[in-house]
Design a protein around this ligand. Structure first.
Ligand code: 13P
Ligand code: SF4
Length: 387
């Protein structure tokens, strides 16, 4: 089986970003049927020259990735944006929290643009500031807040990152979660891990903690659905959030592909459920997945559990290897797919005309604390040596 054999579903992410963020495109979007879209994108990019820097997350569509000056995971892209102080316009082809992180890490006179404001992330939307502040009150009442360090995954809004910064915590990504947690356990005895319970649990177990050291805090239940004793006994307090795409990979799919493809190696993102990660051969971020496939010998067989745009591109780029998508019932991240060529062309042509559309701008107070939490991540041992 290859990715091209798969019936494709468009997976809803559970969020309703249109209702929460303006999605109008003043001046009108070019039609997706416009045969000149590629040429229009090329011309607008050429006209903007060094004024423009285009970042593309690995989950973006091919039509958009074709115009990216650099591709990467969310962490690499934020650092790439920060390393381009000469570009006044950063067009971020990814989702909202990534564009926010780029805005936080770039200079004040640089403008970060998200071609479609409806490109959110359902996981990031699962932790709202008020909910997290209420949870912190629950931890305070249980007498554990002062020994708890909040750590948030990059996939969270700027105000959640700021909450972590204000409360002695940090940001982490899927590539440095273990180092971030080791740092956190030097600052306190417990971690409140936001918003992805799966990355939190998978990392905790990888570090030698047991599943019973983890509890799940449900923001929709009084007291998080936990007693003060449970909070006192837990080492990891996991927020009840998940990725609507990665959460759908099933453990049975790993058994299934092993039965069908002899010698296959299963490679998954740590946003997958613990039972999937336990059955996989290798686990890591999007950058790790790409590097692993690139380094693999010709003829090797891989089943990959991450977003479909990336898996399809890996299959196209490595025809000498057998690359399968791990689970037929999982599909594209619908919010990542919001960034398409019409939105890209619309954003660039507006820039050519002197109009900055869809600017993502974090307010100064939020930025100050979120930057502190991001800086604690950048200061983790070994981080400065990575790209
Ligand atoms: P990476 O940081 O590994 O690129 O993951 C981002 C993401 O959204 C995964 O779902
Ligand atoms: Fe968010 Fe999941 Fe999409 Fe990543 S794949 S942007 S975590 S919904």
């Amino acid at each position: 089986m290859t990715t091209t054999d798969l019936p494709l579903l468009v997976l809803g992410t559970g969020a309703d970003p249109d209702s929460e963020r303006g999605v109008e495109c003043p001046g009108g979007l070019p039609a997706s049927s416009d045969p000149d879209l590629v040429e229009r994108a090329r011309k607008a990019k050429e006209a903007l020259g060094d004024q423009l820097f285009v970042l593309g997350h690995h989950y973006q569509r091919n039509e958009v990735i074709a115009f990216a000056d650099v591709t990467g995971d969310s962490f690499k892209l934020a650092k790439e944006a920060a390393a381009r102080p000469e570009a006044p316009y950063i067009v971020f082809c990814g989702v909202h929290f990534m564009a926010e992180s780029a805005d936080i890490l770039t200079a004040d006179d640089q403008q970060v643009i998200l071609p479609d404001l409806a490109a959110g992330c359902s996981m990031a939307d699962m932790a709202r500031l008020q909910q997290v502040e209420d949870a912190w009150d629950v931890l305070t009442d249980a007498g554990v807040a002062d020994v708890t360090v909040p750590v948030t995954y990059m996939n969270s809004s700027a105000d959640i990152k700021a909450f972590c910064g204000r409360n002695g915590g940090a940001v982490c990504t899927s590539s440095n979660a273990e180092r971030a947690l080791s740092w956190a356990f030097e600052q306190g005895t417990k971690v409140l891990f936001l918003p992805d319970q799966h990355l939190g649990r998978n990392t905790a177990v990888q570090m030698g903690l047991g599943l019973d050291d983890c509890v799940v805090f449900d923001p929709h239940r009084p007291g998080g659905g936990l007693t003060s004793e449970q909070l006192a006994d837990a080492t990891m307090i996991l927020w009840r959030g998940h990725c609507s795409v990665h959460g759908r990979f099933a453990a049975e799919s790993v058994d299934d592909i092993r039965a069908r493809v002899p010698g296959v190696q299963v490679l998954v993102h740590p946003e997958c459920k613990h039972e999937v990660v336990t059955k996989a051969d290798l686990v890591g971020s999007t950058e790790f997945i790409i590097q692993t496939v690139e380094a693999a010998p010709a003829g090797s067989a891989w089943a990959i559990g991450t977003e479909l745009n990336l898996v399809q591109r890996l299959a196209q780029d490595h025809p000498d290897k057998s690359i399968s998508f791990l689970d037929k019932t999982v599909c594209f991240c619908s919010t990542m797919n919001r960034i398409d060529l019409p939105h890209f062309v619309w954003a660039l042509e507006n820039l050519v005309d002197g109009n900055v559309v869809n600017r993502i701008q974090v307010d100064p107070e939020t930025e100050r604390w979120a930057k502190l939490a991001l800086q604690r991540m950048l200061d983790l041992p070994g981080e400065s040596h990575k790209d």
